[in-house]
Design a protein around this ligand. Structure first.
Ligand code: ZN
Length: 148
């Protein structure tokens, strides 16, 4: 499946400094490997490209409605509760409902835990847009300031 981009999606990606080819690559890789989360209508896929993890949110026809990225590297899930909240997302690879979990995030040699959508079976994790563009972007900025 080839990714398709609306004018809005292109505009958003331009503002965020994301390349169309990279986002298309995220979609292609996810569809080939079956590694993505889905609500049944919308998919979220991610891929590490260079120094960033690029995300694509797209429908069953490959129409990309959102794309974003973060620089932190997602690590192992951290168990914080025995009764995690189940999300609307399902890990397509495992056919398992994903949970609102916590994962280790490493950036510039520092590791902190943060919220993510986690598959309890394979342990893979995904960050939603509001976290990537707000919380994580702010944390990355703080880390960079400390190292400067
Ligand atoms: Zn899984």
């Amino acid at each position: 499946m080839d990714a398709k981009f609306s004018a809005e999606a292109k505009d958003l990606m331009g503002k965020r400094g994301l390349k169309e080819a990279d986002v298309a690559d995220v979609v292609k890789t996810a569809e080939t490997s079956n590694r993505k989360i889905t609500t049944g209508k919308v998919n979220i896929a991610k891929k590490r490209i260079g120094e960033v993890t690029v995300y694509a949110k797209y429908d069953a026809d490959g129409n990309v409605c959102n794309a974003y990225s973060h620089r932190m590297v997602l690590g192992e899930p951290v168990k914080t509760t025995d009764t995690p909240e189940i999300t609307k997302w399902e890990c397509v690879h495992c056919k398992e409902k994903a949970i609102a979990g916590t994962v280790n995030m490493t950036y510039m040699g520092i590791t902190r835990s943060g919220p993510a959508i986690v598959c309890p079976k394979c342990g893979d994790s995904w960050v939603e847009e509001y976290l990537a563009t707000k919380t994580i972007a702010a944390a990355e900025g703080l880390f960079e300031k400390k190292k400067a």
